[in-house]
Design a protein around this ligand. Structure first.
Ligand code: GRF
Length: 209
């Protein structure tokens, strides 16, 4: 079993990225993070990468005169680092379709709710948890899914429930959900490392050990 060669895409603080690194260090995940890519030069995830001497790259549409050059820069970065799996961890931009095509069924995202509920455009960060609470849901959760051209729609790989407690605010619910995110992402990536994830007719199957 060759370790996965991950590219982590992150726009923000990078706590999921850190949890992935912790899982690798603890021997729970057979992977290496080869590169971190961000659209946001201020992203905490870039600092985490630099502290660990992991290549940290800012790639932003605004840096390029042509869209084509932007996409080529992303593809070239992934190729240079021989990336086998793309991991979105709080990446706030849409992944170009060229990348999705090139890495078919090899781009993952984590969403802080139980998809297909509370997903789609505008459903990020506290908006998700506000909507869950406004609906009076008793449970929320986490979804890890493959990425296709539509926000939050690709085949679901893993889900886990998180309870909504009396008196929850978006902040308290987000914090509880985040703890589960930190567990489930590394566990799901390990399924890929073990070659146990199959995609057939748009649905994911997990092979038994
Ligand atoms: C997480 O809640 C994740 O589900 C969502 O964005 C957030 C990123 O948090 N896609 P972090 O940057 O990993 O701390």
């Amino acid at each position: 079993m060759d370790p996965l060669k991950l590219a982590v895409f992150a726009s923000g603080r990078g706590s999921n990225f850190l949890a992935i690194l912790d899982a690798i260090d603890a021997g729970r995940l057979s992977a290496e993070v080869e590169v971190v890519i961000s659209n946001n030069p201020q992203a905490g995830a870039l600092d985490i990468a630099r502290e660990r001497s992991i290549p940290a790259v800012v790639i932003n549409k605004k840096m390029f005169a042509q869209r084509e050059a932007f996409v080529q820069s992303m593809l070239a970065t992934l190729k240079k680092h021989e990336v086998t799996l793309v991991v979105l961890a709080g990446y706030m931009k849409k992944i170009p379709p060229e990348i999705i095509l090139q890495y078919k069924n090899r781009v993952l995202n984590i969403h802080p709710a139980l998809l297909p509920s509370f997903g789609g455009k505008g459903m990020y960060g506290h908006h998700v948890h506000e909507a869950v609470l406004a609906q009076g849901c008793r449970i929320s959760g986490v979804t890890v899914h493959l990425v296709d051209e539509v926000y939050d729609r690709g085949p679901i790989v893993a889900q886990r429930c998180v309870s909504v407690e009396e008196g929850d605010t978006p902040g308290t619910l987000a914090a509880r959900v985040l703890k589960t995110e930190h567990q489930i992402y590394a566990e799901t990536l390990q399924l890929f490392a073990e070659g146990r994830v199959e995609v057939k007719e748009g649905k994911v199957g997990i092979k038994r050990k």
